[in-house]
Design a protein around this ligand. Structure first.
Ligand code: PXP
Length: 252
């Protein structure tokens, strides 16, 4: 049987809408609880340096109210490390962050920051937090992620999601190869960015990948169909792919 794939729901966009009017509605914690109720396996929230969507108080409320794992997405800064050590989320996902970017535009350069990341990750590991590095499907970045002490990697699927035709297939193959390479090094493999109903099945078919983190598409669709519906729908897309794969390829 192919292992189950977890679906993490990123609720940052609910906070973006809330902040557009500066009040308390819509509440990202309410969205997280609704996603949990609908079958989400985890909630992801990115506390950015500029607090453009999720705020400190949201992170505290998420930690207090969820009973599924909280994945705290953050830049590798001292401020965020303090926050993580205080909050003790289930997991931390380290991402690059530039103030002027619209979203997380590329993977973390773990190779370049190897020495500082090792020191940064050690106290998080000691605190029992699972640490993931959000990286491109590149063996050098995977090697470096293992060396700095990450438990997991999250492969950036943005380029794959935006490509069409043959380049998309090539990028998907690169992701699959990277996933197997990382798994052989003992890293748990996640993936995310730009995933929707159409491009998720090819990624969900990679048995080594254990978790997907999805935000933008599902939040947009939720405006038309409701949050609970879209979470259930994406879970069904993933489950359908995993079961088709296990019956056609034997087990993994
Ligand atoms: N994973 C990581 C590390 C991210 O930074 C993001 C975007 O916040 C996602 C997953 C989700 O990407 P999207 O919003 O495009 O589904």
């Amino acid at each position: 049987m192919m292992s189950r794939m977890r679906l993490g729901i990123n609720i940052d966009h609910i906070a973006t809408v809330r902040n557009a009017r500066g009040g308390t509605h819509p509440d990202p914690v309410r969205a997280a609880l609704m996603a949990q109720e609908a079958g989400a396996d985890g909630i992801t929230a990115h506390l950015r340096e500029d607090r453009r969507h999720i705020r400190d108080d949201d992170m505290h409320r998420l930690k207090e109210s969820l009973h599924i794992p909280l994945n705290f997405e953050m830049a590798a800064t001292e401020e965020m490390q303090h926050m993580a050590l205080f909050l003790r989320p289930h997991a931390v996902c380290l991402v690059p962050e530039r103030r002027e970017e619209i979203t997380t535009e590329g993977g973390l350069d773990v190779v370049r920051h190897q020495a500082s990341l090792r020191d940064f990750i050690a106290p998080l590991r000691d605190a029992g937090i699972r640490v993931s590095c959000f990286i491109e499907a590149d063996t050098r970045q995977i090697d470096a992620s293992q060396k700095v002490g990450a438990h997991c990697i999250e492969l950036h699927t943005g380029a794959y999601a935006h490509a069409l035709g043959a380049p998309r297939l090539t990028l998907c193959e690169q992701i699959a190869k990277a996933a197997h390479y990382a798994d052989a090094l003992g890293l748990e493999v996640h993936a995310g960015h730009g995933l929707d109903y159409d491009n998720t099945p090819a990624i969900a078919a990679i048995a080594i990948i254990k978790e997907l983190n999805i935000g933008h598409f599902l939040m947009g669709e939720a405006m038309f169909h409701g949050l609970a519906h879209v979470v259930k729908q994406m879970k069904a897309v993933i489950a359908q792919t995993r079961s088709t794969q296990s019956s056609s390829q034997g087990h993994e």
